[in-house]
Structures are given as structure tokens and as C-alpha cells.
Write a protein that binds this ligand. Structure first.
Ligand code: HXC
Length: 516
């Protein structure tokens, strides 16, 4: 071949690789409203920033006439590029090639970029669309999955790992995303399950649709596997880009600080009146979050799962923070199994990656009852306690109303190394709610009264005035200051500013034993 022929040959191979499983299969994908792997990468990364590896690699399988079914790239597009100028490593599974199924070579390609990402301290974003282990290969593809799982675990807490799921993801294809930090799915278009409806029917005799078994809404609201149910593929990628903007490149860097266009000393006078006079009345904690953060921008994570706790990312004066907040508008903001696990995992993520946590507290306690006890509310509730206690990142707490019992201890209290703890004047910090407390203390005495209800109500008021307020805790220094709600933003910004260089450590150990 002469020079021109060599170049033409190269161009031909590159064009062939770019076509994946062929135009027909690409058209089919488009007709289902799905993008190809390469189109997804284009939407994810900055224009022209993608550098691809292993475009000419193909599988080595010869069983089942597989030598006749070779595709350049072997069903996964891998490489690196930038998002807002910051490096990320990417793999995108190509459903047009043998259903995006994972072969030995497919796994080698993913492992290569995972190794580079870990060595160079840059995040990995996986765009998943796969029928699982390549059935024709057998053990090689299982080995390939295991190689990826090992890297997911080794990278955990070192570099952020984000998974977006498009189309069906079955079998082994679900466990790698499950090991990553965040999973984003697409409504009516992406599915995650160990085995599809047909296998389910044959094993458990259940009739279930793909949507019910592993759809985006199910995983976002019931299983908690997914962090966001996107409206479309582009919405999913947009969410990933936003999420990435709050994160550092790795565990030894701090998150990026962005220029802040929102006044640092902006006050919100309506917050002074947001707490209802009736302590049992709900209000929307999200309003407090939106009023206090920069430009009212809050990226919620797991919004549909355990909505009694809110978690997500925001900025104060351009600094990234993780926000954790009880939500009195859902089940009174009670802590139960799901909300404890949701909060714990989020706090641990922030702690891995040097992202300060701001906690807004209005919690009546842990949810009592057999359903919770049988489900292990003790073991699961202990997770959020553990997560806050071990976290060494800056921790700023604002108690807006109730902080009762064990839930007071848990929610970033001073005792678990909360750095700056504020309370609003409406805060009620006590062992339990006034009603429950007087029942225990005065129940027997009340029965002897002419008017038990009036007696108990009087005692309730006494309890409220004596104990259930922020001043007892403030006298002991468990609360650093009682602040005017309208000035919450500026007080949080000042707290985060003085904590910017905070250094704290835990005792040397291999790892702790969080109650899983
Ligand atoms: C090889 C596969 C494949 C697979 C799909 N294909 N999955 N090839 N290995 N795992 C191929 C199909 O043969 C087909 O090829 C093309 O991809 C598109 O698949 P369709 O079935 O036509 O698409 P669709 O109707 O959209 O259904 C998608 C699907 C279904 C739901 C993913 O293909 C499916 O159920 N696949 C098997 C899923 C599964 O059970 N995986 C578990 C593997 S075991 P042609 O040439 O016809 O276009 C596993 C264990 C690992 O993963 C455990 C590690 C811990």
C-alpha cells in the first residue's frame, strides 16, 4: 500500500467502527427513541474533546460461528474527553453490536480506561446499554465482569463513578452500575434487572412487565437503585453533567469553586414566617434549601425514594456542598429504614470526596412499629448515625424545628463532630415530643384529675416551655448560636468559609464495620 492507500484504509476502518452493528440496527435504535453509544458520548462531552481507544479491537470467540459476527470495537466505545474543560473517562455500550453484550475483549476495553482513570485521578462515566454477559462466550465474559467489578470497588472513594442506563441492562450488566456512586435511568426506555420477565415467570411464576420489574420509575421510587429517573436520554446526560459539576476529580482534590452571582449577604425575610404556629403542621423544607443556596439551584438526588429525607447538591458562595434535610412535608420528616440508608450513603459519598455537608433538621424521631422493627430499623438507622460520626468533612447544621430523641443525635449533632450547629428560635430539642413525654410522665396522674385532657394540655405546655426549645441545648454549647431564619444563608456561608481548611482524622484502621 502507498501512503494514500494506507490513509484510505485507516479511514475505511474508522468509518466501519463508527457504524457499530450497522445502519439497520442504528435505525432501529433511533425508531425506539434511543441514541447510539457515540451520539450519547457527543451529548455528554465538550465538542470535539473525545479521544477514543481500541477502535479496532474485536472479540476472539470462535464458538457458535462467532468468527462470522465480528464488529470493530466489539460493542463498546471507550476513551476520555472533557466536561466543562475537566477530564473524564468514558465508556458507552453499543446495543447495535450483539445487544451490547459483554465479551472478554469488551471488558478489557472498559478495564483499560478504568485503570487510566484511577491512576490519573479522574472520574469514570459509564453509559450502559447491554444484554449482559455475551452468551456465546461463557466463562470469559464472567471473568470480564469480575475484572470490572474489582476495579469499581478499588476506585470507590478514590474517583467519582457515575452510571447512566439506557435501554435494557440485564444480568451482569447491572452490578457494575450498582457499585458506582450514582445511577441515572431513563423513564420508559431503560431497565435494570438480574433476569428478564420470562425467567421470572419460569422461576417464581410471577407475571410482570419489564417496566414493573426494572423500569426507571420503579428503581427511582421503590428499590432506590436509581438516583434520577430522566424524561429522555438527553435529560439523563444533562443530569450527569450537572452532577459532575459539583464533584472533585478525585479524593485528594476539593470540588471546583465557581464564581457566585448571588449576593452572599442576601436575606430571606419569608423564612422568618415559614414555620407554622401549630407544631404538627407541615411545611416544605425544600423552600428553605432553595432560599438559602446560590441562585436557588439545587440538584436533588433520589428525589422519589424515601422523600421524608432530602439529599442533593448545591452551592454556597460558589462552594459545592451536599445537603441533607428532613422533609416535614412527607411523613413528618420521620427517619425510617429507607430514609436512613439514603441519608447515610449520601453523607458517605460527600465524605469520600471532600464535599462539606449542610444538614437541615426537622425530625420527630425514628418511626416506631413492627414493620420497621422487623425490617431492621435498628441496623439500618445505625447506618446514618455511623455515616455522620465517621465523616471528617466540614459539617454545618441548622435545626429549624423538631430534633427529638435519637434523631437529634443522628442528624449531624455536635456530639457526632458537627462543626457549626445553629438552631432557629422555633427549634424544639428534646428527648421526645411534648405529647408523648407528658403521657409517660403524667399519664397516671391525669386519670385522677377532673379534666384529664386539660391537665395534660397544661403539662404539655410546661414541657414545651421548659425543655422543647433551643435554649437548653444552647446553654450547654450543643448549639453554637440561635439565628434569625432570614439570615440562614449568610450564617451558613460564613460557617463554610471558616471550615474550608478543616482537617480531622479517624483512628488508623483497615476499614470500619458499618452495620450493613
Ligand atoms: C449475546 C445478545 C445478548 C447476550 C442480546 N443479544 N443479549 N447476544 N449475549 N447476552 C443479541 C440478540 O441475540 C440480538 O441479536 C441483539 O442482541 C438484540 O437483542 P434483542 O433480543 O433483539 O433485543 P430486545 O428485544 O430489545 O431485548 C433485549 C434484551 C434481550 C432484553 C436484553 O436480548 C435479552 O433478554 N437478552 C438476554 C439477557 C440476559 O439474560 N442476560 C444475562 C446473561 S447472564 P440479533 O443478531 O438478533 O440482532 C449474565 C451473568 C453475568 O449476565 C453475571 C455476572 C455477575
Amino acid at each position: 500500500m502507498n501512503t494514500n492507500e494506507r490513509l484510505d484504509h485507516l479511514k475505511k476502518l474508522r468509518a466501519e467502527a463508527r457504524l457499530g452493528g450497522g445502519q439497520k440496527r442504528i435505525d432501529k435504535l433511533h425508531s425506539l427513541g434511543r441514541m447510539t453509544a457515540r451520539e450519547r458520548i457527543d451529548v455528554l462531552l465538550d465538542k470535539d474533546s473525545f479521544e477514543e481507544f481500541d477502535m479496532y479491537k474485536s472479540h476472539r470467540c470462535t464458538d457458535f460461528d462467532m468468527q462470522e459476527k465480528k464488529f470493530l470495537g466489539d460493542g463498546v466505545v471507550t476513551g476520555y474527553g472533557t466536561i466543562d474543560g475537566r477530564i473524564v473517562y468514558v465508556f458507552a455500550q453499543d446495543f447495535t453490536v450483539l445487544g451490547g453484550s459483554l465479551s472478554e475483549t469488551f471488558a478489557e476495553k472498559i478495564c483499560k480506561i478504568m485503570d487510566l482513570a484511577q491512576k490519573n485521578g479522574a472520574p469514570v462515566i459509564g453509559l450502559n446499554d447491554s444484554g449482559g454477559a455475551r452468551i456465546q462466550e461463557g466463562i470469559e465474559s464472567l471473568a470480564g465482569y469480575s475484572d470490572i467489578f474489582l476495579r469499581n470497588v478499588m476506585s470507590s472513594g478514590v474517583i467519582p463513578q457515575i452510571s447512566a442506563i439506557f435501554g435494557p441492562c440485564a444480568g451482569g450488566a447491572v452490578y457494575s452500575p450498582a457499585l458506582t456512586d450514582f445511577v441515572v435511568m431513563v423513564k420508559n426506555n431503560s431497565y435494570m434487572f438480574l433476569t428478564g420477565p420470562k425467567v421470572v415467570k419460569s422461576v417464581t411464576h410471577e407475571d410482570v412487565t419489564v417496566e414493573e420489574l426494572g423500569g426507571a420509575d420503579m428503581h427511582a421510587s421503590r428499590s432506590g437503585v436509581s438516583d434520577y429517573a430522566a424524561e429522555s436520554g438527553t435529560d439523563a446526560i444533562d443530569y450527569v453533567r450537572k452532577l459532575f459539576s459539583y464533584l472533585p476529580q478525585n479524593n485528594v482534590e476539593n470540588p471546583p469553586i465557581v464564581p457566585c452571582s448571588d449576593a452572599v449577604d442576601r436575606t430571606s425575610s419569608n423564612l422568618n414566617a415559614i414555620i407554622p404556629e401549630n407544631p404538627n403542621e407541615a411545611y416544605d423544607m425544600k423552600e428553605i434549601i432553595l432560599q438559602s443556596v446560590d441562585n436557588g439551584e439545587f440538584l436533588e438526588v433520589k428525589a422519589q425514594f424515601a422523600p421524608n429525607i432530602i439529599v442533593g447538591f448545591a452551592r454556597y458562595n460558589g462552594m459545592s456542598v451536599g445537603i441533607v434535610a428532613n422533609q416535614p412535608a412527607h411523613f413528618s420528616g420521620v427517619l425510617d429504614i429507607d430514609s436512613s440508608v439514603k441519608g447515610a450513603r449520601f453523607v458517605r459519598f460527600c465524605d469520600c470526596f471532600n464535599i462539606p455537608v449542610v444538614t437541615f433538621v426537622d425530625v420527630p424521631g425514628f418511626l416506631p412499629g413492627t414493620v420497621q422493627e422487623y425490617g431492621g430499623v435498628i441496623r439500618n438507622g445505625a447506618k446514618i448515625l455511623y455515616a455522620y460520626a465517621e465523616a471528617t468533612i466540614p459539617k454545618v447544621t441548622v435545626i429549624t424545628r423538631k430534633a427529638y430523641g435519637g434523631a437529634y443525635c443522628v442528624m449531624s449533632s455536635k456530639h457526632l463532630r458537627g462543626d457549626i450547629n445553629y438552631a432557629w428560635p422555633s427549634a424544639e430539642i428534646a428527648v421526645m415530643g411534648a405529647k408523648g413525654a407528658v403521657e409517660v410522665l403524667y399519664g397516671r396522674q391525669a386519670k385522677k384529675q377532673d379534666n384529664p385532657a386539660q391537665f395534660l394540655s397544661q403539662k404539655e405546655k410546661e414541657y414545651q416551655d421548659t425543655v422543647a426549645n433551643p435554649y437548653v441545648a444552647a446553654q450547654r454549647g450543643y448549639i453554637d448560636d440561635i439565628i434569625e431564619p432570614a439570615r440562614t444563608r449568610i450564617r451558613i456561608i460564613r460557617a463554610l468559609t471558616i471550615l474550608q481548611d478543616k482537617r480531622d482524622t479517624n483512628p488508623m484502621k483497615k476499614h470500619g464495620n458499618i452495620p450493613l
